[in-house]
Design a protein around this ligand. Structure first.
Ligand SMILES: *Cc1c(COP(=O)(O)O)cnc(C)c1O
Length: 336
């Protein structure tokens, strides 16, 4: 496995040369590691969504994962790949929430000490879930970059492994198992629409589609209020951008080198949608698919709607990546 050497205790989050991208062999190995630890997630269709988009829409329910988001696949693979000795020194990471829950969940499963740095005023549902998983929760920084600085310091202090939310081959290989599953559940997809924050999910989709579903287009979606990954992909180099989306899973202020390097050659399209479009898609998820999607979890549906003219009559998977909406967010949906 090309990712066996990710064990350097403090892999820098900002390495200028990205680690080598995982290949399909790494993805298959990740799937073996996850066997018996996670159940496959459902792939379902909803007539109301088919009508709305004008396509055959298949919803991949990663919001049904035990942590409420797809990232747990990556966390489990990363922790399982660390040596016992390295795990005993612990892991530190920074996140707006779902990556944190993934690492905290995997740390608990494998008995590793875990500290999570979140930006100040986190989504209370996610903060409580992180604490419930037994991790130390540290609130620091106004945004993800501020949290990263504290996490780097904390990891150095403790001699713990700093886990980047974006530039980690094992996270991408783990997340890619969702796409193996998807392409087995629906072998004849024309397109898959993937919400993008750091870009691990979209990179995972690209790697897997290239190997097992080469006819399937991979389309990324980000919020126009936080367009760093989109703009980095368009520019062909990692750039920093304003970061103001309410959809936490999509909120990053810069492009991550590793997923960008994968997406550069293989992503077919990348669209931006507004936070209001995302909110409306959350309501469609709730009312028409009877499923709870946080903002990022509904972004693929919003993206498919934005692209509906291109997707007409095609078979399109939208990945519902997460369910961890804050209480106020849910109330807002119902009140609108
Ligand atoms: C993290 C996250 C995303 C974005 O995934 P990346 O791999 O960071 O691009 C999308 N949706 C949800 C629910 C997330 O938690």
């Amino acid at each position: 496995m090309t990712t066996a050497d990710t064990s350097s205790p403090t892999a820098p989050a900002d390495a200028s040369a990205p680690a080598p991208a995982p290949g399909i062999t790494d993805v298959l190995r990740a799937r073996r590691l996850l066997q018996g630890r996670l159940e496959p997630t459902p792939l379902r269709s909803y007539p109301a969504l088919d009508r709305r988009i004008g396509a055959r829409v298949l919803v991949k329910h990663e919001n049904a994962q035990p942590t409420g988001a797809f990232k747990v696949r990556g966390g489990l693979v990363l922790l399982a790949g660390m040596s016992r000795e390295e795990r005993s020194r612990g892991v530190v990471t920074y996140s707006t929430g779902n990556h944190a829950q993934s690492i905290a969940y995997a740390a608990r499963e494998t008995g590793a000490p875990c500290a999570i740095v979140v930006p100040e005023n986190p989504n209370p549902v996610k903060a409580e879930a992180i604490r419930a998983l037994g991790a130390d929760l540290v609130e620091a920084g106004a945004d993800l970059d501020g949290a990263r600085e504290r996490a780097e310091a904390l990891a150095a202090e403790r001699g713990a492994r700093l886990v980047s939310p974006g530039d980690e081959p094992d996270l991408i290989a783990g997340v890619a198992t969702a796409y193996l599953e998807l392409f087995e559940q629906a072998p004849d997809l024309d397109a898959v629409v993937v919400p993008v924050g750091g870009g691990s999910g979209a990179a995972a989709a690209c790697i897997t589609a290239a190997a097992v579903a080469p006819g399937c287009r991979v389309v990324g979606v980000q919020s126009s209020a936080s367009p760093a990954a989109h703009d980095s992909w368009r520019a062909g180099s990692c750039t920093a951008r304003p970061n103001r989306t309410r959809a936490e899973g999509l909120a990053t202020g810069r492009g991550f080198a590793l997923p960008q390097s994968v997406m550069r050659g293989r992503l077919d399209d990348f669209v931006l949608v507004g936070d209001e479009d995302i909110r409306r898609a959350q309501w469609w998820a709730l009312s028409e698919a009877r499923t709870v999607a946080e903002g990022a979890g509904a972004a693929a549906l919003a993206g498919a709607y934005a692209l509906r003219a291109d997707l007409r009559d095609l078979r399109v998977a939208v990945v519902c990546t997460g369910s961890n909406a804050a209480p106020d967010e849910l109330r807002g949906l119902l009140a609108a």
